[in-house]
Design a protein around this ligand. Sequence first.
Ligand code: PLP
Length: 443
Amino acid sequence: MTHVFHRHLHSTPPVAACASGMRIQDAAGRSYLDASGGAAVSALGHGHPDVLAAMHAQIDRLAYAHTSFFTTEVAERLADELVRTAPAGMGHVYLVSGGSEAVEAALKMARQYFVEIGQPQRTHFIARRQSYHGNTLGALAVGGNAWRRAPFAPMLVPATHVAPCYPYREQRAGETPEQYGLRLADELDAAIVAQGADRVIAFVAETVGGATAGVLTPVPGYFNAVRAVCDRHGVLLILDEVMCGMGRTGTLYASEQEDVVPDLVTIAKGLGGGYQPVGAVLAQKKIVDALSQGSGFFQHGHTYLGHPVACAAALAVQTVIRRDGLLAKVRADGLAFGAMLRQALGEHPHVGDIRGRGFFWGIELVADRGSKRPFAAALKVHAAVKQDALARGLLCYPSGGTADGVHGDHVLLAPPFIASRADLQEITRLLGASITAVTRASV
Ligand code: PLP
């Protein structure tokens, strides 16, 4: 074991040595095609010269200034850019260092909003099962992954979990997608009423689910119905776009495709594309106005808020995405990628579902397609696919295991937006080979 505290204490991963474009190379000289952008982080691939130049220039000018003394030009420019391109009404940006920090800040901002407007009895969050919002205690409280929560459950802030939008498993026979979405919204309504509508702060959801169940795309009308339920009860809607936002699904925000506007939205991963740790909360004007006209202070903060080099990296990543028309590319190539995956794996006896948007795809693996029976959790098929793919020189992101409260095994694909059609073909080919090899050995 090395002295670095790795998440798996009994194994040491390969040593990443250098990277360029779509590939990472380890210290032994092996090259890996990055089909998941790490964990849906890398938007421009590795070593993009414009981002590196922007970071170098910022380091030379000003590497750090604490936000209790200063704002910086680069943080202001990034916030201007984010507000300009944000969902309607987002007036302010709170700049943090990652996804969990963004979720944590959003939860606290929502709570403080109600304290400021004279509704301090609101202390409860409602979120969804099979969701992931981060690993800090607040984010873990709203997350719906039973396994991750278990050791910390007695210490978490109050949250109720309702069903995710998971049509492959949970849409009933004879129910249209629209009816299914309305049923889920009714369930949310009932959960809010059961809790006492005046005690609920917010409903928290990933617009497109990611880390826990291999990409869960909402059915049409679901988020509109959810928004209406929240409005009816004066409950805020917090959309977590840490993974699915910043162009990953083909629009800057996944919520644009749902035609829904949240009260707070969290972003991270693709914001800085992995060049620096950076995240943000975007807030509707009414929330910041309430704080501004009340105590005049957001009771929160971290040492590295609005870090200048992180802001420079994020600004450069977002500028390149816009300049190079990468959202349109992700939409077009995303359709092609989906078609490739369906052609190669759509009839595979152990592929139950292929779903996604843009450059964000999930593949659900099953022991039996007809009954949708998952593989036994103990087989850890998702982890075996990751290992097999790694040996073939492919990086993909697995999730699953019924111990997580998740049905079955999933593989998440989230390539950098610069991936060529040939890269997407190669990803499809290598992953197909891994799925076949592992599932054949698992039945
Ligand atoms: N929210 C969502 C939707 C995520 O997918 C993640 C990470 O996977 C997080 C929050 C936490 O982000 P971080 O790992 O940067 O703390």
